[in-house]
Design a protein around this ligand. Sequence first.
Ligand code: ADP
Ligand code: MG
Length: 448
Amino acid sequence: MSDFWLDLGFRANPYAVRALAPTADGRRLLVGRDDELAALTKRVRNSDLHPVLEGQNGVGKTSLVAVAAYVMSQDFKEGRSQQLFLPLGEPLQMKDDGSELIRDVYFAIAQAFIAHHDDLRAAGRRVPRVDDLETWLNAPTYRSSKGGGVSTPLGGGYATTGTGLNTGSAFTDSGFQTMLRRALQEAFPGNSGGFVGTLDNLELLDTSSSARRVLEEIRDPVLQLPGLRWVLCGARGIARSLANTPRLNGVLADPVDLLPVERRYIESLIDARVHVFSVDESGRANTPVNADGFGYIYDVSNENLRDTFGYAQDFALDHDPAFFLDSSPAEIENSLMAWVDNLAEKSARDVRLQGRMWRLLEDLATAGGTAAPGDHDAYGFNDRTHMRKNVVELERFDLAISSRDEVDGRRRSISLTSKGWLVHFAKKRDLLGQGALDLSMTNESPEV
Ligand SMILES: Nc1ncnc2c1ncn2[C@@H]1O[C@H](COP(=O)(O)OP(=O)(O)O)[C@@H](O)[C@H]1O
Ligand SMILES: [Mg+2]
């Protein structure tokens, strides 16, 4: 078995879908975000409200925060700033169980003190002894359920799942928390910096009321900790929906919408990937998907960077390296377009929708892929219930996702999925089998 990427001149997969890491490479790979980066770091440095990012899945939220934390750590190291901000570690995934989330947070803080111990010491900051932290982390209550002891954030990949702590009850109010709170205060007195952490994927909480409940629960133990700046990230309107929660007033900043990376940056996006991942520093590797091809699938995926990278690597891996070494750019691009057609056709093959639901899919796509339950009029439904019934049908085929029992009718909680966009593309390109087409013409739904 040969090494596919190496044969093309890459030291690793240049189309990896994981979020960018808080590293020099992460900084080089982030394109088209200069303004957003400047605005976010300014916020973190100069406000005591935690920034909130709202943006569709795969738009680059997690990456932006990671790189912002890295940039701030470099600003201190290189003397541009007196404030010492350091990445907390891997993003923390939002979860329904507030006390489990609190455990994750304190675990992450302890790991961050271990990972950044030397940097903090070098900066003349007071830090807890690594031995003490490890003793705490290895105590039975905090032991990872995977049987592990301490694993520093420097170890594993950035985009792995959170640490699986067991749910020992003593943790939430333990001396460990008190110790860490004091350590944070001592390491980052006054406004002298802190760890920058990500509370990621707020939309995992599904409804805005459960998000509100968990955030209120973690307000004091997590959001009010000294020496910690959080950036909250969410999709499908959940962040915006939280903005008016009275009890989170004075804790969270107004949400900022993160828009898709603009098309004009795709050339530099591919350049950066090639340079960072080329074996040869000059960036001479053979790119299976160049800027034109990337732009093509970026459109198909509705500007979802994660999906675009995913398609790019799947397309590449469906071929032999020789194909990319021996073919012209035009040949490769034709092959990519045929490959996308095939993928879209396959995704659409098992989809059986009535005419009314096809129209809803098209209308959602035209509107940019998201809708609020309260938008039923604009979509031609009499009320929320009728719209909901049709949305549920789209969900049955994995074409859309929406929140259960969302009370906030204005939240854009309905969203097309990756598959929804592919099927939309298949329909637009007229790639669907006769069966689906027949259904769409003859079976007008009564659910209007
Ligand atoms: N500004 C950017 N420039 C280049 N690649 C990016 C940028 N932002 C995100 N990416 C890449 O896009 C994909 C999705 O990014 P991610 O941060 O995980 O999105 P989100 O958190 O919004 O779902 C990842 O592969 C990441 O490396
Ligand atoms: Mg993310």
